[in-house]
Design a protein around this ligand. Structure first.
Ligand SMILES: *Cc1c(COP(=O)(O)O)cnc(C)c1O
Length: 374
């Protein structure tokens, strides 16, 4: 019997549900005669700010720009050190480098997220470092009590990378509530995905919000008054309209389904060879990914085993950021050997967890994982 493949993301099923609302949004924008930074963008920004519990959301072109804009709004000076994690999408570091910062890579803990104790130890020895871009990886929330304490103790300027963690909380507290700013991505695979690229910066600070508004639009404060070296990172009306009327209203239900699937995997995957990564203490995760650890020498065999059963998997991420060739001519600091991050890069694998996964597909994933016997 031929069964459909189990995909990491199923945009066709998503369109089946969202297509009508998205098409109406397109007609509305087309007929309005206004296509960039207008009332659709303002409406989406207001809804998004409310969803994340922040005063301001500033729509922009993508998640990479959101982090860069955040760092520039905070006044990052060229050559200043910025703590971050070696285990993330490359975009996190790219934003730091493009903003003129020097990334300082701190190892991760067993959850795969940046180790806040190691960050504290580093900061105690290098008090010059004032910036931090922590990443709420995999949809898990970093321990925000610990992040808040670190921020206060070392007077850090923090831009939280929430690209994978919209809606995640740490002991009831939303991600993005510790940093002066946070960045979101609406790349299609993210928990809130556009039909293309989009992103947003969020903040509670009126002055920072104003700076972000200028930075996304050539650095203009008022029209033709350029106060800063800005970007063109404007958000289209079309993407904002689709996000606001077809996607955001479904995010809570999508997140609930992701949580249900994660719960099923935790309860039913019993193989000793396939171990879910632990979430950080206190994390109310939104399960952007479902990362597991397998023995490094068995990972390729596990990928093939799943593939033979029609199940896609992916590795997040196989190569650490400081090991990427793009950084070879760029100043950066690796703190210690990044042992845990290297070990994870060799052993991590993500199972499908998108909200359109059906019950029989969850069972297929569980059974395939449990049957793995290399
Ligand atoms: C996707 C992602 C980004 C970048 O977002 P884009 O919209 O692709 O630019 C940044 N950080 C993390 C952790 C991401 O997953």
């Amino acid at each position: 019997m031929l069964s459909q493949p189990v995909l990491m993301n199923d945009f066709v099923r998503q369109w089946h549900e969202t297509g009508e609302a998205a098409s109406q949004a397109m007609i509305r924008v087309g007929a309005s005669g206004w296509y960039v930074l207008g009332k659709e963008v303002r409406g989406f920004e207001a809804a998004l700010a409310a969803y994340q519990g922040r005063r301001h959301a500033i729509g922009c072109a993508n998640g990479l720009d959101a982090i860069e804009i955040g760092l520039r709004a905070l006044g990052l000076e060229p050559g200043e050190r910025v703590l971050t994690t070696p285990m993330s999408a490359f975009a996190t570091t790219l934003a730091i480098v493009r903003a003129g910062g020097v990334p300082v890579f701190i190892d991760v803990d067993p959850s795969g997220l940046v180790d806040l104790d190691l960050a504290a130890r580093y900061l105690a020895e290098d008090p010059r470092t004032r910036f931090f871009v922590p990443v709420h990886l995999y949809g898990h929330a970093l321990d925000l009590d610990a992040l808040g304490a670190l921020t206060r103790r070392f007077e850090l300027k923090v831009v939280e990378d929430c690209a994978q963690a919209i809606g995640a909380r740490s002991r009831g507290r939303p991600v993005g509530s510790v940093g002066r700013l946070s960045g979101l991505s609406f790349y299609p695979t993210k928990n809130l995905g556009a039909l293309g690229d989009a992103g947003a910066v969020l903040t509670d600070d009126d002055a920072l919000a104003q700076a972000c508004h200028a930075l996304r639009d050539y650095g203009q404060g008022r029209k033709y008054e350029h106060e800063r070296i800005g970007l063109n990172s404007r958000l289209d009306e079309l993407h904002a309209a689709i996000l606001a009327s077809a996607q955001l209203p479904r995010l809570a239900a999508w997140t609930a389904r992701r949580r249900e699937i994660a719960q099923q995997y935790h309860a039913r995957i019993t193989s000793e060879r396939v171990r879910p990564l632990p979430a950080p203490e206190g994390s109310e995760s939104v399960w952007h990914l479902f990362p597991v650890r397998v023995a490094p020498e068995q990972r390729d065999a596990f990928v093939d085993h799943m593939k033979a059963r029609g199940i896609q998997t992916a590795v997040h991420y196989p190569k650490l950021i400081p090991d990427q060739r793009a950084l070879s001519g760029t100043p950066f600091v690796s703190v210690g050997t990044l042992r845990e991050a290297h070990a994870l890069a060799r052993s991590e694998l993500s199972l499908p967890i998108h909200p359109y996964l059906q019950d029989d597909e969850i069972t297929r994933v569980v059974e395939a994982a449990n049957e793995f016997a290399p």
